[in-house]
Design a protein around this ligand. Structure first.
Ligand code: ACO
Length: 319
């Protein structure tokens, strides 16, 4: 038994914040942001717009593209680090908003920017083991609510959005292979340590990052995990039709593609218009390339991501 992606969808909030907008509020410049990160603009969720609202829009499109009814979904995993609440899970809220009653398992998965890769791997395992037949896997974030808008080293990098895929049991792969890793000893390089205690936020609620250290770490572990996965599958970079990387920084994306021997013509890049949407970035990029016709049936798609924790991983997909 295997699992196969049969539909994708995505959603971006209406409000766009450009680098020029940021120049007016923080000591930065459009040129600095573009040169260092490749980001030109990002979308920001409206006041009151929750992660589950973004997830709902993306999920409806994925379900429509898959040509199924929402009631056929027997597993929902939402990868997010910006859930609606401490509990109930965003996955349960999403299930309700989709009108599903007495559904299968629904839960959130928290691996920061690595979340979608972790969630896709988990859903694939559920299907392979016969525990689910039709999974909705979502990456959804309103991470900009965790930003200190006076901290120019972080506030220029992130955006909000959601992407979703429907994964269904299939006699052919589908999800060919996955590799996941983590190393908590590097957790201090990227963190938002605040927590709720006695009704108050205890600790720092904002994202803090050692950008240069994260950059070096990201390039190394992404190259390593991609190599590990391809070696195991006896494949090389030339077998990959599309690399769909986590969209954090164009320089990290270019470095990973270079190590794979892939030209940028084989890489799906959305970071300029989305910024870093954390767990949402890969399903957003996947949906973009599916809908504009770049990703086609039979192609080999490689996705990879690294995020706070640290977590990282890669998944090889036969589309
Ligand atoms: N505008 C203008 N100047 C800035 C800004 C800004 N927004 N931010 C920092 N600077 C300044 C710094 O203060 C520093 O000034 P100094 O030389 O006077 O001290 C100078 O620019 C250079 O700063 P660096 O941190 O060395 O810049 P760098 O080239 O490393 O780029 C960046 C910073 C973009 C954060 C980069 O390190 C990066 O992308 N790191 C990866 C982090 C990442 O992507 N995190 C996302 C989450 S994790 C993940 O998804 C992989």
């Amino acid at each position: 038994m295997h699992s196969k992606i049969i539909g994708t969808g995505s959603y971006l909030p209406a409000k766009v914040l450009t680098n020029y907008d940021l120049e007016k509020t923080v000591d930065t410049s459009h040129d600095w942001i573009v040169t260092r990160s490749g980001i030109v603009e990002r979308h920001i969720a409206a006041e009151g717009e929750l992660t589950s609202d973004l997830a709902l829009q993306a999920s409806r499109k994925a379900i429509e593209a898959a040509g199924i009814g929402a009631d056929e979904i027997d597993l929902i995993i939402v990868a997010t680090t910006s859930p609606d609440h401490l509990f109930p899970s965003t996955a349960c809220v999403l299930q309700d908003k989709l009108g599903i009653r007495n559904g299968g398992a629904a839960f959130d998965m928290q691996a920061v920017c690595g979340g979608f890769v972790y969630a896709l791997n988990t859903a694939d395992m559920y299907i392979r083991c016969g525990q689910a037949k039709t999974a909705l896997v979502v990456g959804a974030e309103v991470l900009t609510r965790m930003l200190d808008w006076n901290d120019r080293t972080t506030c220029v990098l992130f955006g909000d959005g959601a992407g979703a895929v429907v994964l269904r049991a299939s006699d052919k792969p589908g999800i060919v292979a996955s590799k996941l890793h983590s190393d908590g000893s590097h957790r201090h390089m990227l963190k938002a340590e605040g927590n709720v205690r006695n009704g108050e936020v205890d600790g720092d609620p904002f994202i803090k990052m050692d950008g240069q250290a994260v950059f070096k770490f990201a390039v190394k572990v992404l190259s390593d995990v991609v190599e590990e996965l391809l070696e195991e599958q006896k494949l090389s970079g030339s077998d990959i039709d599309w690399l769909v990387p986590h969209q954090a920084n164009i320089r990290i994306i270019e470095a990973t593609a270079r190590k794979l021997g892939l030209g940028m013509d084989n890489v799906v890049v959305t970071v300029a218009n989305h910024g870093n949407t954390s767990a949402a970035s890969i399903p957003l990029a996947l949906d973009t390339a599916v809908r504009d016709g770049r990703i086609k049936a039979g192609q080999n798609i490689l996705i990879e991501a690294v995020g706070g924790g640290f977590t990282w991983g890669a998944v090889l997909i036969k589309w």
